[in-house]
Ligand binder design. Structure first.
Ligand SMILES: [Zn+2]
Length: 328
């Protein structure tokens, strides 16, 4: 059921069936024109939940613009379905470019998957991923026109609220938070989550996405915030405290990755991910669902990049696989 958090500010609970994230929080700011923040996968269960809750609130989509904190399909999936002519679908420049590139075909995915083979996945695993990865299958239909690009610092006005875009690269290179100074409210997207930690992966063309993420935590952590609205789960809490926890979490994982490379030189990122600790419920690395392995290896790579950029480890290509060694 849609929940009114404050006058004119609603939270819509969109289930992500079978996904460890469990749900997506979509937020609606109601006014002369409405703003809908994030949407859910392009899946029947998400669509039904969205339709029902928009109906409960009485939202007229012909007066509703859509803001996507980032390009991931659990956020952007329903944006084309919900978009009406003349209305905006906002994304940052980087994420808009990438989303548009994805919708032009699977060249980008093929390149991404070729990279995963180099980093230790088997060909069979990658072929399976190509058919079953929800990041690829539950994506929005092509919008049919360019997304409406937003820049860092740009102001949006809806329902009497002035919302400032804050570019927070890390989870995606163009992730945006929205900050409303008057009510000290931060829509944190997947930049700050509670109970779960945002996944930080390597991105093509980005040398150090974890370094970017840690800087982006510093970019928001001192904002006066009374109401922190993350994109997943109902839990929320103190911004500064959570930012510090997330920084400590990554510092620990960086040391963990460094320790694995020192103890077992010559592993691939896939094998290193298998040695790292994960909160997912699986008996062993071999039992990890493949889509979760995909995120786990991406995350291991982000930590290895952080180390390599700072001289902590070095990678070497050997017979088509990239292997990691201590930097002595
Ligand atoms: Zn995301």
């Amino acid at each position: 059921m849609a929940k009114e958090l404050a006058p004119g500010l609603w939270r819509l609970d969109i289930p992500l069936v079978g996904n460890p994230l469990k749900n997506l929080n979509s937020y609606l700011i109601a006014g002369e024109r409405n703003l809908l923040i994030d949407t859910g996968f392009n899946q029947p269960a998400c669509r039904a939940a969205m339709d029902r809750q928009l109906g409960e609130i009485g939202v007229d989509l012909t007066r509703t613009d859509i803001f996507l904190t980032h390009l991931h399909s659990d956020h952007a999936g329903l944006s084309t379905y919900l978009h009406r002519p003349g209305r905006a679908v906002f994304l940052s420049e980087w994420d808009a470019n990438r989303r548009e590139e994805y919708s032009r075909g699977d060249v980008l995915w093929r390149r991404t998957y070729a990279g995963y083979v180099e980093n230790g996945f088997t060909r069979e695993e990658v072929d399976w991923l190509g058919g079953g990865n929800p990041a690829q299958t539950d994506v929005p239909e092509p919008l049919g026109r360019p997304y409406d690009r937003l820049e860092n610092g740009q102001i949006l006005e809806y329902g009497g609220r002035k919302l400032r875009c804050i570019l927070t690269p890390g989870h995606t290179p163009g992730h945006l938070c929205l900050y409303e100074a008057e009510h000290e409210t931060l829509f944190s997207g997947d930049h700050i989550l509670f109970h779960i930690t945002p996944n930080i992966c390597r991105w093509e063309g980005v040398p150090d996405s974890l370094g970017d993420y840690l800087e982006s935590l510093d970019a928001v952590k001192d904002l006066p915030v009374k109401t922190l609205l993350p994109a997943h789960r109902e839990e929320t809490g103190d911004l500064r405290l959570r930012a510090e926890e997330l920084k400590a979490h990554h510092a620990q994982r960086i040391e963990g990755a460094r320790g694995i490379v020192e103890k077992k030189p010559g592993l691939t990122a896939y094998e290193i991910a298998g040695e790292m600790r994960w909160s997912i419920r699986a008996r062993s690395w071999a039992d990890f669902p493949l889509t979760q392995k995909f995120f786990a290896v991406g995350e291991a790579l982000a930590h290895l990049d952080w180390l390599e950029v700072r001289g902590g480890v070095k990678s070497r290509a050997e017979n088509g696989k990239i292997r990691y060694y201590p930097n002595e």
